[in-house]
Structures are given as structure tokens and as C-alpha cells.
Design a protein around this ligand. Structure first.
Ligand code: SF4
Ligand code: SF4
Length: 395
């Protein structure tokens, strides 16, 4: 799983001190049977170690990105975690796992205690990475990141120039600010990756964005396919077609192979199907030495080795699948991770429906559960943006 795009904001704010059900807005369903029985054992049996958490430390943001998963706000909403609560959450996490923690938002640098939080997590042996939008990175901030030992920072660029990028971010100067921030990271020697969300608006610009990524000497390029949730819902018409999706993923595969730059298609699970199809067709053995770390992972990791924690402590499979697994203010994260029915469902690939359910690639791809949910209201339904016809369907 990639370092999450800083532009992907939290779900809608919910009140404090109510039960999980009453806290959820109508659009956020609770996972079915949260209090039920036998699935708990099944979910726990299927639980793998939690390897990565995207933690939305605040919803406040200084940009207004059009594809934001939920509208960010200018000032932090009431009820966000205090420093003490943030430390307690890190303690909770460190007691049962050692995941990478992505400090995301909103804009994480808007939290005054962000470096205290990062330092505390590092002290607990956690790998703390950051996903700011870049515009608030100064020389001093970059030096602080370096001295603390932040191993990787992700910055989003959704266009190769200010005209395209700023239109996405809806704030003039966002592109220049991000590029300047990247400059400071480079000066300070902080590793950085560039994240790009692909839509119809920047599809044609992708080769130029790739040039920009190379010119800026990023350590990696993570390309996200739009998931129409939150503010992105209004952008459903901007989602590229399944055919363009396929072409883009093949193009990314070529780029990865030819350029030696680490390119990762993120939240595009069928990249892993394409990866195997191409490797097979081209006679390249699908092994770690040949295909790098891509060979070791899987398309969608939401609820499997990854989860998202909102600014209010709600736990979701990822920042886009708006089905609640629990709240760390009410139940320990370990319990949610091991026992949630939702996570149990996502870990059981035999529950997948439609063509994903019969697909020979379901274990390594599985389709995007958030896109399926956004389209049908069923997170186990087939991925609506895949052109592949499984062998079993062909008959
Ligand atoms: S459900 Fe979709 S958006 Fe969420 S982690 Fe899986 S692929 Fe990514
Ligand atoms: S049908 Fe589903 S599991 Fe198969 S490749 Fe497409 S998205 Fe993946």
C-alpha cells in the first residue's frame, strides 16, 4: 500500500460520546453484525499482521482539492485527538503491531504537535511517514523531518504545471508551493515520493507529470486511480473509462520496467492482474528479484494488512470505503483489527461476488471494494472498472 495521498481527507465529522451506530452519518454504514458471534473467530483466524495505518491526524487543510474524499475544513473540527490521546493511540498500536504510520489529513502540518506525535511514534519503534500537501514545508520543517528520522514524505502533484494542478487543488499557488516544498525536502535530504490522482482532467498530462517526477528526482511515483467518494463523488464523470484504466495501467507497467523509477499503481487492484499477465506474456518469471516488491503484494490491502483511522478515531478498511469497523475511542484497535466482521469479510476472498468472485485473479487483485461499494452499496460486489473477463465467465 502506498503512502496515502495527502489530499484524501477524512469522512464527515461525527459527534463524540455516542454509540458507534448513532455517530454514523447515513452515508456511512456500520459493518453488519458487529455484535454477532461465530464470525469473530473466523475474522481473527484470517487476521494478518497490521502493516500500515493511514491516520488522519486532522481534517483541517489549507487546500480545497476537488477529489478530496470528504470536504476538508479551514479549522480543526471539535473532537479531534488531543496530543495525549494521540500518544495513547500510538501506545495501543505499538502494543500489538509495528505498522508504518502515515500521518495524513487534512494537512498534517497544521497540527502544532505533529512533530511531537511523530517523535513519540518513532520512540515506540514505529515507522512514521508523512503525507503533507507540500505547501507548508519550509527549510526548517524539512530539517526537522530529517532530524527526527521521518523516512519518507509523499507530496501530491496532479498536473505537470500550475494551471492543471491548481485547478484540482482550487487554490492558486498550490503547485509552486508543493514544488518549493519538495526543494526543501531535497536540500534536507528527506526521501520523498510524488502521488498523482488520475482523472479525465489529467489523463493526457500523465507523460508530462512523469517527466516532472523524474526532473524532481522523486524516489517513487504513486499513481492513484480516482475513487468517487466524498468530494470525489461529484467527480464521477471525471473518472476515466475502464478501457483507459487498462491502458493507463499497462503504460505504468512499461514505465516501471523501462525507467527504473519505482512506479506504483495504487488503489488500482487490477494492476496486479496486469502485472502477472504481462510478466507471463513476456516470459519474465514473476519473482521478487525480477519484479521487485510488487511480486509480494496484492491489489487491495484494505482491511487485510492496512486500515485507516479518522480524525475522530473511526477505523475503516481504507480512507475510501465508508463502512465503519469500530472506533478506537470505544474498543482497542487490536480487537477491531482482529474481530471486525467487515475485516473478516474482506479477508475471505470466497465472499467476493460477480465476476470478481469467479476470477482466477481474485487473490492477488480482488477489485477495489470502495468502488464496488460506491457503485452498488455492497462492498463485496464486483469491481465496476475492470474490463477483464474471468476464464470461468468465458466458459
Ligand atoms: S478498497 Fe479500493 S480504495 Fe480502498 S484500499 Fe482497496 S483498492 Fe484502495
Ligand atoms: S474481475 Fe475482479 S478480481 Fe478479476 S481482475 Fe477484474 S477486478 Fe480483479
Amino acid at each position: 500500500m502506498a503512502v496515502v495521498d495527502a489530499s484524501r481527507q477524512s469522512p464527515a465529522t461525527r459527534d463524540l460520546g455516542r454509540t458507534p451506530d448513532s455517530k454514523m452519518p447515513k452515508t456511512h454504514k456500520r459493518s453488519p453484525g458487529l455484535e454477532a458471534g461465530s464470525w469473530r473467530l473466523e475474522a481473527a483466524k484470517a487476521a494478518q499482521p497490521l502493516r500500515m495505518i493511514a491516520w488522519e491526524v486532522t481534517r483541517a487543510c489549507n487546500l480545497k482539492c476537488v477529489h478530496c474524499r470528504a470536504a476538508a475544513v479551514d479549522t480543526p473540527p471539535p473532537g479531534e485527538f488531543s496530543t495525549k490521546e494521540a500518544f495513547q493511540l500510538l501506545d495501543q498500536i505499538a502494543e500489538f503491531s509495528q505498522p508504518v504510520i502515515i500521518l495524513t489529513g487534512g494537512e498534517p502540518l497544521l497540527r502544532e504537535d505533529i512533530f511531537d506525535i511523530a517523535e513519540y511514534g518513532i520512540g515506540r519503534g514505529l515507522r512514521m511517514v508523512m503525507a503533507p500537501n507540500g505547501t507548508l514545508i519550509t527549510a526548517r520543517v524539512a530539517r526537522r523531518m530529517k532530524s527526527l528520522g521521518i523516512p519518507r514524505v509523499s507530496i501530491s502533484l496532479d498536473g505537470s504545471n500550475s494551471e492543471i494542478h491548481d485547478r484540482f487543488r482550487q487554490v492558486p499557488g498550490a503547485f509552486d508551493g508543493a514544488v518549493q516544498g519538495i526543494g526543501y525536502l531535497k536540500e534536507a535530504g528527506v526521501s520523498f515520493q510524488i502521488n498523482t490522482t488520475v482523472t479525465r482532467r489529467n489523463l493526457e498530462d500523465l507523460p508530462r507529470i512523469l517527466d516532472t517526477v523524474r526532473k524532481l528526482e522523486a524516489d517513487a511515483w504513486h499513481v492513484f486511480l480516482l475513487v468517487p467518494t466524498g468530494r470525489g463523488k461529484e467527480m464521477e464523470a471525471d473518472e476515466i473509462s475502464p478501457e483507459d484504466y487498462e491502458k493507463t495501467l499497462n503504460w505504468l507497467f512499461d514505465g516501471q520496467k523501462e525507467l527504473g523509477l519505482f512506479i506504483k499503481a495504487t488503489c488500482a487492484p487490477h494492476y496486479y492482474r496486469i502485472f502477472r499477465q504481462r510478466a507471463k506474456r513476456e516470459g519474465a518469471p514473476y519473482e521478487v528479484p525480477t519484479q521487485g516488491l510488487e511480486a509480494m503484494t496484492r491489489g487491495c490491502l484494505g482491511g487485510i494488512t492496512f486500515c485507516f483511522i479518522s480524525h475522530m478515531g473511526e477505523v475503516y478498511p481504507c480512507g475510501y470505503l465508508e463502512v465503519l469497523a469500530g472506533n478506537v475511542r470505544e474498543r482497542p484497535l487490536e480487537q477491531i483489527w482482529r474481530e471486525s466482521k467487515l475485516f473478516g469479510d474482506l479477508r475471505d476472498f470466497s465472499k467476493l461476488k460477480g465476476k470478481c468472485g469467479i476470477c482466477e485473479y481474485k487473490k492477488i487483485c480482488g477489485g477495489c471494494r470502495a468502488r464496488a461499494y460506491a457503485r452498488t452499496g455492497d462492498y463485496l460486489a464486483e469491481e465496476p472498472y475492470c474490463v477483464y473477463q474471468p476464464k470461468a465467465e468465458k466458459g
